[in-house]
Design a protein. Structure first.
Length: 100
């Protein structure tokens, strides 16, 4: 009976952890540690769908990570493009100044 109560608590912890993860995602505050803690909670729970839930959470984490990588690459490309445009504009200004 004690073991059954412990399994129920673990299941409850997993559900609580998932609710916290969902809220942190809404706030854009979930990180790798958060995802791993929730996946671990489901791995230790006795919920019948715990493995599937853990896989779904992992897939969410991968999707968020990929989105962040794409945003970072786009921001870097935009910054590089602006720097090139600034350098080109500066080069035209210098050329105009020497034409006098």
């Amino acid at each position: 009976q004690q073991q059954q109560q412990q399994q129920q608590r673990r299941s409850s912890y997993a559900d609580d952890a998932k609710r916290i993860l969902d809220r942190l995602q809404e706030l854009n505050k979930a990180d790798t540690i958060t995802y791993n803690l929730v996946i671990n909670a489901f791995a230790k729970s006795s919920l019948p769908d715990s493995a599937e839930t853990a896989e779904k959470i992992l897939a969410r984490m991968e999707k968020v990570y990929q989105s962040q990588v794409e945003q970072k690459l786009k921001a870097e490309a935009d910054a590089e493009s602006h720097a090139d445009a600034d350098a080109e504009a500066e080069g035209h200004a210098d050329a105009e100044g020497h034409a006098d």
